[in-house]
Design a protein around this ligand. Structure first.
Ligand code: PLP
Length: 387
């Protein structure tokens, strides 16, 4: 995608010459693609971690526009933030909230996940006396062993939920550990265990409104896992769930929504043999033009890019990050004949001319994943929304 310096500059405020642009049209299109793929299953847009760095309120609105009927977050505070912004869609909490947060959960009309007896007790206490029963999603640990109740415990807990007048057994669900590795049989085993757990409850006449399991990778790569609802995060932001499946349909239909850009703040010519930045680790072999770009590790540009060949687009071409990434700035080696001036746009993530640097390219360089790259763009970087 292209970054438009005009609107960015005016929205960013008077002084900061760096910004992350979020293309809400891309978010909407990704939501529409996922909703269509999953139908008749519903789409739950996962907007935890500040909307994977994109801004949760704007993303939630665009996702609902594109066809999402549910939202999901990790924290009670994240759900509360969406409610305060006027978001009315159902909001699922992906882990069991702390007991002392249950009153807030009920007050903010968030949908809690539960997987412990004490969690249910705390929720019942918070929910009793309310006008409507509180919808509850019981989470089964089918193999990832992060959070959730064992299948046996989940059956017992679901019975408890179903028996309580102040609670409503909305869903039984699980989470996959390796859905992004399509050849791994564990995903099918996890799905089978969820369905077997649901069948044990059904034998007693206890049926949740929804069964759900799929994250983005499940939704895109394991059609059988779509069930009644899919919980998509990374794909909503236009990124494949793993580098190995970027070229595999339907991942190819996703549109990245986030770009990271700055205006070159300073340009100089450096003589052959000079060394650059902290540690003086980058030595220029020939006279070269060096551009300073005002983004650094405090903005989420990891120092690991210094030593792993990190690149930046300026003038539609790739140039290496020259030397150590500093807290607020990087240096870019633009080459001996570069026609670069202060004010030119430098792209760290996104497209310029025919070139594109993706979150997956950056992630693979530094031994990470695209999720961490986009979540890592810090709060110091102003977000600019393209609608
Ligand atoms: C974060 C999360 C998701 C979304 O995962 P993606 O891979 O980003 O689609 C879904 N379910 C749970 C439980 C999560 O924690």
């Amino acid at each position: 995608m292209t970054v438009h310096p005009g609107p960015a500059r005016s929205r960013v405020g008077a002084h900061r010459q760096a910004w992350a642009e979020v293309d809400l049209g891309a978010i909407r299109a990704n939501a529409a693609l996922l909703a269509k793929l999953a139908a008749p299953a519903e789409l739950c847009a996962v907007v935890k971690a500040w909307g994977y760095g994109h801004g949760p309120v704007e993303v939630a609105e665009a996702a609902v526009d594109g066809g999402a009927t549910w939202l999901a977050v990790a924290l009670v505070e994240e759900g509360r933030h969406l409610r305060d912004a006027g978001i009315t869609a159902p909001i699922l909490l992906l882990s069991e909230p702390p007991a002392d947060a249950m009153a807030e959960v009920v007050r903010s009309q968030l949908t809690p996940t539960v997987y412990t007896r004490s969690g249910i007790d705390a929720l019942v206490e918070a929910a009793s006396g309310g006008r409507r029963p509180v919808g509850v999603h019981v989470k089964v640990d089918t193999g990832m062993h992060r959070v959730g109740a064992s299948p046996d415990d989940a059956v017992a807990l679901a019975r408890l939920v179903a028996a309580h007048r102040s609670l409503e057994f909305d869903a039984l669900w699980t989470h996959f550990a390796v859905a992004d590795e399509p050849a791994d049989a564990a995903t099918g085993q996890q799905l089978a265990l969820l369905l077997a757990t649901a069948a044990r409850l059904a034998a007693d006449g206890i049926r949740p409104h929804l069964l759900h399991a799929a994250n983005s990778a499940g939704t895109l790569l394991h059609p059988a896992s779509r069930l009644d609802l899919v919980r998509c995060g990374i794909a909503l932001y236009g990124l494949a769930p793993a580098a190995a499946v970027i070229e595999r349909p339907p991942c190819t239909g996703l549109q990245p929504a986030l770009s990271l850009a700055a205006q070159v703040s300073h340009v100089k010519t450096v003589e052959a043999g000079e060394r650059l930045s902290y540690g003086l680790k980058y030595r220029v072999a020939t006279r070269t033009v060096v551009a300073t770009v005002p983004l650094g590790y405090a903005d989420g540009v990891t120092r690991l890019l210094s030593s792993t060949g990190g690149q930046v687009l300026i003038g539609g071409r790739r140039h290496p990050i020259a030397g150590t990434v500093t807290m607020d700035q990087i240096l870019v080696d633009c080459g001996p004949d570069a026609d670069v001036a202060a004010g030119d746009i430098a792209i760290l993530l996104g497209r310029q001319g025919d070139e594109e640097i993706t979150a997956w390219e950056w992630a693979e360089r530094v031994g990470s994943i695209a999720y961490e790259v986009v979540c890592g763009v810090s709060s110091r970087v102003p977000r600019v929304y393209r609608r």
